[in-house]
Every structure is written in structure tokens, then in C-alpha cells.
Design a protein around this ligand. Sequence first.
Ligand code: GAR
Length: 195
Amino acid sequence: MKRVAILISGGGSNMIALARSMEGAHPARPVLVLSNDPSAKGLERAAAMGIPVAAVDHRPFKGDRAAFEAALVQQLDAAAPDVICLAGFMRILTAGFTGRYAGRMLNIHPSLLPKYPGLHTHQRALDAGDAEAGCTVHEVTSVLDDGPILGQARVPVLPGDDAGSLAARVLVQEHALYPAVLARYVTGDRRPVLL
Ligand code: GAR
């Protein structure tokens, strides 16, 4: 049974989708949900599902990323995860951290990478006049929102869309894509999932 840790910063809807997907017959199970925000709603939701939770508040570290990440590492390594899923985790990670977990850390990003790494992805897709938007799951490297692509899901951009309506349409696909990629990934299958 593979052990999966999930890092969140907010509501954790992707975390819930991942956790639900691991209920029943599945080669993995969630062993920790970890947040940089102790008030993240997702922590309560994970705890209600019986998943161990922890928080490392980034604020007292006052920009000392190495010290913040050392505290994250302590929590993560205590849970001994085989795979780490970033799911709406909104802190930039240093090469030291990403290198430590190279080849076993995934991220979901709300754009069709390599388009629109970083923030405000939906507005940027709208501003560019794109006909399609979507989301990507990729292996995490030291480069932000980069690394081998493990899956993508596409949605149409519809007339009258704003960033909110487009984000909601993409999020539905995120909840399908991330579990589909994880189910393959934990068996060692790195072929991309295309939805
Ligand atoms: C998701 O849309 C995820 O793709 C995005 O944050 C949201 C988190 O929602 N991630 C990023 O923007 C990472 N750069 P959730 O907390 O409900 O899963």
C-alpha cells in the first residue's frame, strides 16, 4: 500500500477528490494532509474524513524559506509518504525541498501547461482569447509549474465566461484528473492521462 501526503493551502477540494478516490480498492491511502495555513478549511475537512492533519504556519518564519521547509520536512518525513501531492499549495518551494522529493512529488495547476505557469491562469487564458482552457498534473521539479506532464484535461472557453466561471469549469475536471493520474502514478505508470 503506497502512502500519500497531500499539501494544501485552502479549501482542499482537490485533496477531497484525491482522498475519496483512495477509499476502497486502491493501491494507496492518504497518510497526512499538511497545510501552511492552520485555518485552511481543508484541514477540517480532512480531519472529518479521519485523515491525520498538520499545519506549519509559514508566517512566523518571516520569509526564511529554508527554515519553513525544514519544518515541513519534519512533518512529512514523520508520515513517511511514498508520494506527495501538492493540491492548491500556494507556497513557492526551493530546489532543496523539490530535490529531496524528486520523482515522488506531483502538482496540479489550473492551466494547460506550458501555458500560464504562475497565478491568474484563467484570466490570462481569457485575455489571450483562447478557445480552450484546462488543468495539468505534473511531476514537481525545481522550476515553478514545470516538470514532466502526467495528465491534462481540457474544457471549452464559452462566450460570456469570466475568470470565475472558467475556474469552476476547470475545477470539475481537476477533481477527475488528479485522482486518475495518482491511480496510475502509484503503480509506477507515468504515461500521461488525457481527459
Ligand atoms: C485549484 O484550482 C488548483 O489547481 C490551484 O488552486 C486551486 C485549489 O483549490 N492551484 C494553483 O493555483 C497552484 N499554483 P482547492 O483547494 O479547492 O483544491
